[in-house]
Design a protein around this ligand. Sequence first.
Ligand code: ATP
Ligand code: MG
Length: 602
Amino acid sequence: MRLSKMLFVTLRDDPADAEIPSHKLLLRAGYIRRIGSGIYAYLPLMWRVLQKVSQIVREEMNATNAQECLLPQLQPAELWKESGRWDTYTKAEGIMFSLIDRREQQLGLGPTHEEIITTVARDMIRSYRQLPLHLYQIQTKFRDEIRPRFGLMRGREFIMKDGYSFHVDEVSLKETYQDMYQAYSNMLRRSGLAFRAVEADSGAIGGSGSTEFMVLADAGEDEVLYTEDGKYAANVEKAVSLASDAETSPFTSYEKRETPGTETIEKVCNFLKCSPTQIVKNVLYQTVYDNGITVLVLVNIRGDQEVNEVKLQNELTKLAANYGAKAIISLDVPNGEMQETWAAKSLPLGYIAPDIEDEYISANKQFHSQFVRLVDQTTVELKNFVTGANEAGYHVVGANWNEQFKLPELVVDIRKAKPGDRAVHDPSQTLQTARGIEVGHIFQLGTKYSQAMSARYTNEQGEENPLFMGCYGVGVSRLAQSAVEQSYDKDGIIWPVAIAPYHAIVTIPNIKDAKQLEVAEKLYTELNKAGVETLLDDRDERAGVKFKDADLIGIPYRIVTGRAINNGKVEIVKRANRETQEIAIEEVVNTLQQWIKTAIEG
Ligand code: ATP
Ligand code: MG
């Protein structure tokens, strides 16, 4: 491609609305253009990158016997109602765009495709002989993200590869999951990314095991906790650890104390001269289930620890059936306005005790009449602890479970693991922290969807069983931008060769020089013919401008037809390290072919 014929517009300055380097660079270098919040045009250079990433993804998927297909983006609401996800995905913080068509039918725009694929499977899979089966697609997904940002990193319309596998049992599912683990590792390695596979939370999609593939970068939205021995790595949402030991309580007998103005843990500690590890903190949450019932939740947790809201949400989801519901729609620490809707009298905020009475909840069918009480497991061992007295300005000290306060039946792990905590697998290891961009996520779904949607097969004995399922997603557009986030310098993007839009750019310093033009044209034609994807900068611009642009768009090899042509040579500059060498014109094609091969194959 000739730059003179291309839509080639670069910006000198950083666009105002871009925060992270990769977003700024993709805008400045003319790869993407913002159309609306979380909505981007992929311009020709970007489209080539996306196609290269897609091709790597496709090759790795096909190598595992997965088959490519294309599923509809318009999804009938009935299917989502069958799986029980319509409300969670369309109400409150749900991220599915939904619409009503001219026949008054409700539809959703596909954010993911479990419902569609399970419908296909239930209609078409009859027998164990058809299993295992794995279908995937590469397609635009729609998600009405609450906070679209960072360009392609969190868009409302983005490209994903999603695959779904079907099995007779868990053993077969685990085999495919393992194959996907390998395939995903291959995709990221081939795309030139530094990444880490981490244990992950399975979230609203449900199911048992799941692994996220994190590209390591400071701008990552996710926090990864890992140990240096390489044996543990998990998303902070999922991570477990050993809490530090609690200090021995200075209080030996149970007493109520006046503690004015101590509504925070820090203030109580200062006032009572105790450690936060001796305090039972009582945190109030409010959750709404998908049948509209609001449940008030009281969490007891050690004063020095924080609640992991993802773990809490998972525990509350397990309780959904107790309230005649299937899932959770929202989970909040209730602010003043929210408290007003249900509190029968004013709450002793900052001084709540584990036994706060259910009478604080107004009698109203919308609200479950009792608090759900959960205690974090590290809080159970505390002796002679400090906690609120259910009265503003008062705490109790020297309290014990099952003496002054009944220990809640629900003892759970809802504690946030943090850097510096000891590791569970080996307490001599401490958890370290890193930022990551989640580019892929693989799940063992089990029978969640097949049971909800009656997708069954007949086994060898002639019995009908629900299909076991797995699902595997990789964000193609997010992956492409992550590569930039990991690889750039002050002058622009440095694409990994395997996903660069072009391998090389022939830059003519002076297009008025007939000899320069001739050599450049010849190289341009020969390189492309030999499979070296090459751009020709034949614009009538100063050499300096051309060099700057080539650096900005990040093409791996720049070939300059400058003064050296008088000695039968051209200058080649490697974008990554600026290494410059003069190479005989007739050796350029071979040299580049060799370099590219080495760079791509490693
Ligand atoms: P996140 O936690 O970042 O919101 P997710 O857990 O919702 O992602 P999945 O449903 O597992 O993501 O989707 C699979 C992959 O699709 C993700 O690993 C990510 O690479 C990509 N992805 C998800 N949401 C977006 C988005 N809004 N924009 C771009 N890519 C996305
Ligand atoms: Mg995720």
